[in-house]
Write a protein that binds this ligand. Structure first.
Ligand code: ATP
Ligand code: MG
Length: 311
């Protein structure tokens, strides 16, 4: 990281000691993270952890209680129209515009972005291209109120993308997507990140999706970021153990080990014949997530409880 004052233009999101209190309740106690240009960051955490709250603060939709936030070099609390035009947003629930038709609304919203088109980033995206990207060709003349749940969600994603954003916030974008729509969406995200250098911060409860999409995973629990790294890095932090499984004779064996290669080498050397169905299984992101979140959700033991020997 650079010095305190100098922010690299590569840093699109910068969050320091972010706090949010609703009434008496401290939802965000001290949230710290950054995201670089072109990075896909997946924000995970249990229901009520404060993911939507965080995203809404970063988008400038919600005023924070304390802390520093810098989004594309600006404090979102004071972001102007030009700043807003560089950002795409898909909220967790968005149920307006019901009487508009798909193509009409995208054309209409797209006009808003025209003045902000640059040589580097053409704005808005072409309506038909966008409709194709989210697979709504057959519904393009339907009213939003008549779309199915998954189709409506695809429309939300289209609205988030229309301004060809440099930074895209997606709060549970794939809820209700069928497997094909989900896969197409993953391709869109990879394309935006690889080809357009779009920075993406998204939340999901689908850990398989998180693993597929995220260059980095951050986990929010107990009001702070409790893990930050690639899925592999988190797995190594949470548990260094892999499982070696094999069949010998008619018996299935499972052995946890921190050095699977050495273990397998010795196993095969000791048993030159008779070993079959050998596999090495590393912790999935789900295993890792459960371990990390459980550690941070357990109530902190008071000194008395610790003495009692229960932890
Ligand atoms: N406007 C509000 N007033 C009071 N409490 C709120 C408000 N908005 C959210 N909360 C509370 O803040 C906490 C965090 O909510 P938030 O919606 O950010 O969670 P989340 O991580 O997005 O959860 P989910 O996975 O269910 O979407 C919850 O306990 C919620 O009840
Ligand atoms: Mg939420």
């Amino acid at each position: 990281m650079g010095t305190d004052k100098q922010v690299s233009p590569q840093t699109t999101i910068r969050v320091r000691d972010l706090q949010m209190r609703y009434g008496e309740k401290d939802v965000l106690k001290s949230v710290n993270f950054e995201a670089k240009r072109g990075e896909v960051v997946v924000l995970l955490g249990p229901n009520g952890a404060g993911k939507s709250t965080t995203i809404e603060i970063l988008e400038g939709f919600r005023m924070r209680s304390a802390g520093e936030v810098e989004i594309l070099g600006q404090d979102p609390a004071h972001g102007n129209e030009q700043w807003r035009a560089r950002i795409g947003v898909v909220l967790q629930s968005w149920r307006d515009h019901s009487r508009w038709r798909v193509r009409e609304l995208l054309d209409h919203l797209g006009k808003y972005y025209e003045p902000y088109s640059t040589a580097e980033r053409k704005r808005p995206l072409d309506t038909d291209t966008l409709i194709g990207l989210v697979g709504l060709q057959e519904q393009s003349n339907q009213m939003l109120a008549s779309l199915s749940g998954g189709q409506r969600r695809r429309m939300d994603v289209a609205i988030g993308l229309i301004g060809n954003p440099e930074l895209l916030f997606l709060d549970e974008p794939t809820v209700g997507f069928d497997p094909k729509a989900r896969r197409d969406f993953h391709d869109v995200i990879h394309g935006l990140s690889d080809l357009e250098d779009t920075t993406i911060l998204l939340t999901t409860h689908d850990l398989d999706e998180a693993e597929k999409l995220g260059d980095r995973i951050i986990i929010l629990a107990g009001g702070t970021i409790v893990a930050d790294g690639s899925a592999d890095q988190l797995a190594r932090e949470a548990s260094s153990k892999a499982e070696v499984r094999w069949t010998q004779g008619r018996k299935r064996h499972v052995h946890p080990t921190s050095d699977a290669t050495a273990y397998v080498r010795k196993l095969l050397a000791d048993n030159p014949t008779g070993i079959s169905e050998l596999e090495v299984r590393h912790a999935s992101l789900e295993d890792t997530y459960m371990t990390i979140v459980q550690q941070h959700e357990l109530p902190q033991p008071t000194p008395q409880q610790t003495k009692g020997g229960k932890s």
